[in-house]
Design a protein around this ligand. Structure first.
Ligand SMILES: Cc1cc2nc3c(=O)[nH]c(=O)nc-3n(C[C@H](O)[C@H](O)[C@H](O)COP(=O)(O)O)c2cc1C
Length: 377
């Protein structure tokens, strides 16, 4: 039995990732906000979705083909935008973008990711770009134009950060940009030799899409830049302005209320991405799985429905699809894969999710994704 054979579930990858990542990076990835009630609620409410299997359906080999936004993906899950991913594992953005390309699932790059959008376009020409809109109109236009020139297949506008969340657990762990070099941090990094070596080879993580605006590459200056320049107060007019600047597929992320969803459809969103940002913004907020059915119903066939927050298995994907999602995304989950195993962990995580989903569909007696809804208890 190889070591990889023992990593059979996403939870196995999570545990292994925790052992290999420095504490400061782990806390950044794993934390929610406040008392982490929203984070726990995402899990609890997901677990409360139960389904009833039907027998004699001959669904031993179900199809996970997932049509979305004019293309057929091979599965209804993809890689969510995660900022500063390269802090969690050096080179992770390219590993995940390449895996998504090879496996035929969507990949979305964050504005504040470690790699630039131009470099990711070379790895995965079908990538989506997630936008934290710059405060200044010229900068907004320029960044959106760069995404268009690089060939991003969709612009994903994130709405759910009206201001930074408190993230108390991160503060306690000394997560900062850059983290302060203290004896504790040095000991932390030295206790994770694989991460330390990979980071040493690759250089200190930074935000390469934003590098042209902070030529020194200095992380303190980068942090000041993002705090000051990625603070556009989003109103319906602001969203409409961004919609007008983007000629292609337009997705809005972080929607939790049916009326917001309807307004965004009127503004021209092609897809509504239901999400509570993985429980990282509002601790008294509803679980995103609870928001999903109402939004799916309000939107109907006028736009596609995308979902994230709390998807940790193929079974969770089946639950969200049953409740109206056409596509699910994982933020933390794919990071666990690469942090646990290095680049091969990207495909390993994908294979676990795919196998779990196929297995759950077979157990439920579903040949196709659109049959899942009928199995809700
Ligand atoms: C460490 C971390 C960084 C994130 N950075 C971004 C980001 O830059 N842009 C964004 O739209 N969402 C960001 N998100 C939210 C994810 O895209 C996604 O909504 C969330 O992780 C889904 O929850 P899950 O982790 O339970 O899958 C981040 C999430 C995490 C955990």
């Amino acid at each position: 039995m190889t070591d990889t054979d023992r990593l059979v579930s996403m939870e196995d990858l999570r545990r292994r990732a925790r052992r290999r990542m420095p504490r400061v990076a782990w806390e950044f990835l794993d934390s929610g906000t406040g008392a982490e009630t929203a984070l726990k609620r995402n899990r609890e409410r997901m677990d409360a979705v139960v389904m009833v299997p039907r027998m004699m359906r001959g669904a031993r080999h179900p199809s996970t083909a997932a049509p979305l936004l004019g293309r057929e993906w091979t599965a209804p899950f993809g890689v969510a935008p995660v900022g500063l991913q390269s802090l969690m594992w050096p080179g992770i953005e390219k590993a995940l973008a390449a895996m998504a390309r090879d496996r035929g699932i969507p990949y979305c790059l964050s504005t504040v990711a470690g790699e630039s959008l131009e470099d990711i376009a070379k790895v995965n020409p079908d990538f989506w770009f997630q936008l934290y809109p710059p405060t200044h109109a010229d900068a907004r236009r320029e960044l959106i134009k760069r995404a268009e020139d690089a060939g991003a297949k969709a612009l994903v506008l994130t709405l759910d950060i009206p201001r930074s969340s408190r993230r108390e657990r991160q503060r306690r762990a000394g997560v900062g940009m850059p983290p302060k070099t203290t004896p504790r941090l040095i000991a932390d990094v030295l206790s994770r030799p694989a991460w330390a070596l990979a980071t040493w080879k690759r250089g200190v993580p930074t935000m390469r899409t934003l590098a042209p605006y902070v030529p020194s590459g200095d992380m303190t200056k980068m942090a000041e830049f993002t705090a000051k320049n990625l603070a556009f107060d989003l109103t319906p007019e602001g969203v409409a302005e961004i919609r007008d600047l983007w000629p292609g597929t337009f997705i809005v992320k972080g929607v939790m209320h049916p009326e917001d969803a309807e307004r965004l459809v009127e503004i021209g969103a092609d897809a509504i991405w239901v999400s509570n940002h993985g429980g990282r913004q509002l601790d008294i907020g509803a679980a995103s799985i609870d928001a999903l059915p109402g939004i799916a119903e309000a939107v109907g066939s006028r736009a596609e429905i995308i979902f994230d927050s709390g998807i940790n298995s193929g079974a969770d994907v089946a639950r969200a699809v049953a409740l109206g999602a056409k596509m699910c995304f994982l933020g933390r989950g794919f990071v666990w894969g690469v942090a646990a195993m290095g680049a091969p962990g990207a495909a390993h995580a994908e294979a676990i999710l795919r196998d779990e989903l196929e297995n759950v569909m077979a157990q439920l007696g579903c040949h196709r994704l659109d049959e899942l809804r009928e199995r809700l208890a």
